[in-house]
Design a protein around this ligand. Sequence first.
Ligand SMILES: *Cc1c(COP(=O)(O)O)cnc(C)c1O
Length: 427
Amino acid sequence: MSTVITADDMRFDAEHIWHPYTSMVNRYEQFPVVSAEGVTLTLADGRQLIDGMASWWSTIHGYNHPHLNAAIQEQASQMSHVMFGGLTHKPAIDLARRLLKMVPDALQQVFFADSGSVSVEVALKMAIQYWHSAGRPGKHRLLTVRNGYHGDTFGAMATCDPVNGMHELFTGMLPQHLFAPAPQCGYGDDWDEADISTLQQMLETHHEEIAALILEPVVQGAGGMRFYSPHYVRRARELCDQYEVLLILDEIATGFGRTGRLFACEHAGIAPDILCLGKALTGGYMTMAATLCTQQVSDTISQAGVFMHGPTFMANPLACSVANASLEILETGLWQTQVQALEQGLQLGLEPCRTLPAVADVRVLGAIGVVELIDPVNMAEIQPQFVAQGIWVRPFGKLVYVMPPYIMDAGQLDHLMSGIYKVLSSL
Ligand SMILES: *Cc1c(COP(=O)(O)O)cnc(C)c1O
């Protein structure tokens, strides 16, 4: 198979292939990539880019990793896929065992899903079916906070920020859930109980109709790249217990070490009733996600019937095998020093951006670095400028952010940081 990309291929792509969040008429330039190794993407014209995005939070151990390659190749020679209805297999069993060892003890059951959005759909269905099974079908609405992002499918969209969440256009077709203000206390700020008072009032008023509170713990991703106080998450857990509402934590972006803890809920020292995982689960190799729940949730649903969900490619063995290999690498614990080093490097490297005229704020947590600008970027202009610096950074709106592969070394990070500085200083 040829990996050469011709001008004709690029024309075909432009005319016939949708890319994420794009117009087929006013398209931004797409950059053809032919291979990826470590933290480097190689473009068709031979240029090499240091990847600041880890392919949307997922490629934590880097590209073309020998251990991950071997796992998927070996599994392909055994069995690439088999239906999960009535059948089971070792890659899925191993993966569920590994996940349960990593997450808070309260979580005991694993539902494998195809993508992050689907794992959120599954979580929402679980929460609603839980209350239905418990004889309280009136508890079917969801509560969340503004600036959240939980995915692009209909159920998930309805829990995204109604304005920033990219789905405003569909508002009239979505169930109307309850939105509290976004948390304002920053990650390291002193806790102010007023930060959660509206959420508390909404629970007080509506708890008889609320199935679950869904949150991205500590880091809100695509809804604004905001970091907030772990104490908020702790109080949210207490309020959920008090008002008999399930707590769903969406750790699709934050899971597997990204925030400096294996899971962001560890910053708060609490466990959710339902946990969504995705993105880095397979080390960035394949699409796969998981929804985990407590014994209480699974018993209540199961005593009343069956859980109503079952994707065709559920627990795909190739995805499970590469997820197992990725978790094996995480189990060595090396990620902790890698993420710490990245956190320091990002703090040092992004700090100079703070004084640039175009910049409103700079913030870093774990291996996540964010430069918030005063005005939204012009994507058509800025994307090629990053590429010209030999780095891959893909902003959205006012946010220029990076979450590099954990294996990025100091020299590569320097290159990434100085490239960002150069581009932003020209704005
Ligand atoms: C990316 C993301 C999702 C959606 O995952 P997909 O795999 O893109 O469907 C959901 N929640 C959060 C927090 C995410 O970052």
